[in-house]
Design a protein around this ligand. Structure first.
Ligand SMILES: Nc1ncnc2c1ncn2[C@@H]1O[C@H](COP(=O)(O)OP(=O)(O)OP(=O)(O)O)[C@@H](O)[C@H]1O
Ligand SMILES: O=P(O)(O)OC[C@H]1O[C@H](OP(=O)(O)OP(=O)(O)O)[C@H](O)[C@@H]1O
Ligand SMILES: O=C(O)c1cccnc1
Ligand SMILES: [Mg+2]
Length: 619
């Protein structure tokens, strides 16, 4: 979203900043679980509500069986925090909801709170992120931050999941394909639809593409056409809200609503330069249809086409002569849809217009796209229409990562994919599973123990860094205590698995990136990161994905981030400690899918663990 005058980056008003509220007006301080209010009351009652607490928001496992996640939703979190304030109506509802034994002073307290005393450090939106590393570190009075838990987790979970899903679809589709998000009708309600559109745009990791096709052969010329390929949406509301480019075709209903060409009343069409008028465009289309029916190269491919379909296409071309795109599978793609489309496109070409292409929405998309391409190329050759052979082919119909992959393996001629249900509903995985855990209170680190070691929280107010190796790839994310000196370029640092003593490695980083930056300083004077426009978030995502080592990205059995592979035998960045010499032992050494911690933090975690875990007694 472009920053507006009073937009997300806001202005200073007194000590707290003013910025637009969340995009969805349902995001209010009441959009939280009841238990946040009961805990807030109990904190207040115990006189603990002002105690300064630090919470980490993170997820435990990458989604979709992959080894990376895209972080999204931050701007909405900051907008929410910046505007966090109860209305009288909301307070009166909480009053009615909590037990009557709750004292009135609590409601006065609620009346007075905002997020001026809260600080939020966050990974930048659009970053590639990994399990266990805090995405957000939220510090403030415990009762206030507790109330923020549910909305913040909500505002990060789906955006990050769907952005990751979009990135994965983009990865399989390849950089050169146009991706259209078609999911609004299938999304989980209006917020799901708007969110999907916004965050799929972020996750569609395609850079602007310059592509050329050769045309003008008949004139002995080569015309280089520049196409700007982007992720596009059909969701008009999201287009308006976020300035995302919109694109669409038409549906089967439009085609089947026509019965015959006689329905077309106004048959005239201006040429593209306005220099002349074709009075009967319908007849011109018919003439072209006969020509292609009798053409040498296409003879026998089709007979009579469906005339009601031809009427629909002609009518659509009269409405949008400069953007004519036809859905060709209502009756029969090869025997009717494609020849009908070509007749209309050729008639448009006579008047200086270039048709936009076709959409296939059923059948074998690999086969049909290849047959369609052959047809287009034959038309270009026979009638000398430059560029006709490379006319765009869009495919849709229950597409997902697997079908895209299958199409790639078979070979296809699709230029653009329209993807709906599987993309926006995140069909392959329902939720990311973000959590919000207390890591410190009153400067005292806190830990949450669990039978399942992967669920043990990592205590302390922490700093997080990404360490990059010689080849420019990120090697490992490491967490340190707040006051530890940061890792330095060229200096060896010990990275330890937080819970497994034997898993450790020295890393000599070539670049160090601090991951958590201050996005909400509250009323402190700390410098605040700007909330970037949506297109910058998207560019960050594209760039970060390009930086990843390819084996982390592949669909089948990707290498977990920071697990060493055979190439590491030759890496001088890593020197493994201790006794392991063989490669297999090395591999096992760091094979925990955990984040790394500094030696000091490691020691502290284990000290705290032993302190908090009751000693069992066997009898
Ligand atoms: N070449 C292909 N390889 C693998 N999957 C494909 C291929 N072509 C299409 N698909 C996928 O196969 C499924 C076909 O869907 P379905 O069985 O509903 O047939 P349909 O073509 O939609 O039929 P209908 O004409 O009834 O709409 C879709 O999920 C589609 O994405
Ligand atoms: O298939 P999805 O990935 O969800 O993409 C969206 C679908 O929505 C539209 O038709 P719709 O499904 O409404 O009708 P249809 O199935 O009869 O084409 C469109 O033609 C796509 O097929
Ligand atoms: O524009 C389209 O072709 C479109 C939009 C939404 C769903 N299916 C198709
Ligand atoms: Mg469908």
């Amino acid at each position: 979203m472009e920053a507006k005058e009073n937009g997300p980056n806001g202005k200073h008003s007194g000590r707290v900043q003013v910025m637009d509220g969340p995009t969805n007006p349902m995001v209010t301080p009441l959009l939280t679980d009841l238990y946040q209010f009961t805990m807030a009351y109990a904190y207040w009652k115990a006189g603990k509500h002002h105690e300064r607490a630090v919470f980490d928001l993170y997820f435990r496992k990458n989604p979709f069986g992959g080894e990376y996640t895209i972080f999204a939703g931050l701007e909405e979190c900051i907008r929410f925090i910046a505007n966090f304030k109860f209305t009288e109506e909301e307070i009166s509802f909480i009053h009615q909801t909590l037990p009557s034994s709750c004292e009135d002073g609590f409601y006065d307290y609620l009346r007075g709170i905002d997020c001026a005393d809260v600080e939020v450090y966050s990974v930048s939106e659009g970053s590639v992120v990994f399990p266990k590393v805090p995405l957000l570190r939220v510090e403030g009075p415990i009762a206030v931050v507790q109330l923020l838990e549910t909305p913040l987790v909500n505002l990060i979970n789906y955006p990050s999941l769907v952005a990751t899903n979009a990135a994965r679809h983009r990865f399989v589709a390849g950089k050169s394909k146009m991706l259209l998000e078609f999911g609004l009708r299938r999304a989980q309600g209006p917020d799901g639809g708007i969110g999907a559109s916004k965050y799929c745009y972020i996750g569609g990791f395609d850079a602007t593409r310059i592509s050329g096709f050769k045309g003008g052969a008949a004139f002995g010329l080569t015309v280089l056409v520049t196409l700007v390929i982007e992720n596009l949406l059909c969701n008009v509301a999201a287009g308006k809200l976020f300035g995302i480019p919109l694109r669409g075709t038409h549906s089967h209903a439009f085609v089947s609503s026509f019965m015959s060409p006689d329905e077309i009343i106004d048959k005239s069409l201006h040429s593209s330069d306005g220099s002349n008028v074709c009075e009967d465009f319908v007849s011109r289309v018919q003439t072209w249809l006969s020509k292609i029916q009798w053409s040498i190269s296409l003879r026998g491919v089709f007979g009579e086409t469906n005339q009601s379909e031809l009427a629909a296409f002609t009518s659509y071309a009269l409405a949008f002569p400069a953007n004519f795109l036809a859905l060709v599978d209502t009756y029969d793609v090869i025997r009717s849809g494609i020849p009908n489309f070509c007749a209309v496109a050729l008639a448009l070409s006579d008047l200086g217009y270039k048709a936009a292409g076709i959409r296939l929405d059923s059948g074998d998309l690999a086969y049909l796209s290849c047959e369609t391409r052959k047809f287009f190329v034959a038309i270009e050759k026979e009638f000398g229409v430059p560029g006709f052979g490379s006319m765009s082919i869009t495919a849709s119909n229950d597409l997902n990562e697997e079908t895209l992959d299958a199409l790639n393996k078979q070979g296809h001629e699709v230029d653009a994919f329209g993807i709906g249900t599987y993309l926006v509903t995140c069909y392959a995985q329902a939720a990311l599973g973000c959590v919000f855990k207390l890591v410190e209170i009153n400067n005292q680190p806190r830990i949450k123990l669990s039978e399942d070691v992967s669920k043990v929280s990592i205590p302390c107010k922490k700093r997080c860094y990404r360490l990059y190796g010689k080849e420019g790839y990120p090697l490992v994310d490491i967490m340190t205590g707040e006051n530890e000196p940061p890792p330095k370029v060229g200096e060896r640092i010990l990275c330890r698995h937080p819970f497994n003593e034997s898993k450790r490695a020295y890393v000599v980083p070539q670049r160090v990136e601090e991951l958590l930056k201050c996005y909400w300083p509250g009323k402190t004077d700390k410098a605040r990161e700007d909330l970037p426009p949506l297109k910058d978030i998207r560019e960050r995502c594209i760039k970060q994905l390009e930086q990843m080592r390819p084996d982390h990205m592949r669909r089948l059995n990707p290498t977990p981030y920071k697990v060493l592979d055979s190439s590491l035998n030759f890496h001088t960045d890593f020197q493994l400690l201790a006794t392991t010499n063989s490669y297999w032992k090395r591999l096992n050494y760091l094979n925990g899918k955990q984040v790394s911690v500094s030696a000091k933090l490691y020691d502290f975690i284990h000290f705290l663990w032993l302190n908090e875990a009751p000693v069992g007694e066997l009898q």
